[in-house]
Write a new protein. Structure first.
Length: 81
């Protein structure tokens, strides 16, 4: 999504006939958006959500112990509460 926006911005900048002043204004705005903490946080959250959804290992929750030495784990979505 971010790449699409950046590509569209780059296409506009390269294709625009507005002159150097408009180019500099767009470049500064794009740079400010790309380096802002909010943008970086949104990218990090998106990466984390993607990583979590692609994780092949299920999140496991412990069930009641069978005895002192034995613990059984089941995937979180199969645990009845």
């Amino acid at each position: 999504m971010i790449r699409l926006v950046l590509a569209a911005g780059a296409a506009y900048v390269l294709g625009a006939k507005a002159g150097r002043g408009r180019y500099e204004k767009i470049r500064k705005t794009a740079s400010a958006v790309a380096s802002s903490p909010a943008t970086k946080k949104a990218i990090e959250i998106g990466r984390q959500k993607l990583s979590d959804s692609l994780n092949t290992q299920p999140r496991l929750e412990p069930m009641q112990p069978i005895d002192d030495e034995t613990q059984v784990y089941v995937p979180r979505d199969q645990l009845r509460r």
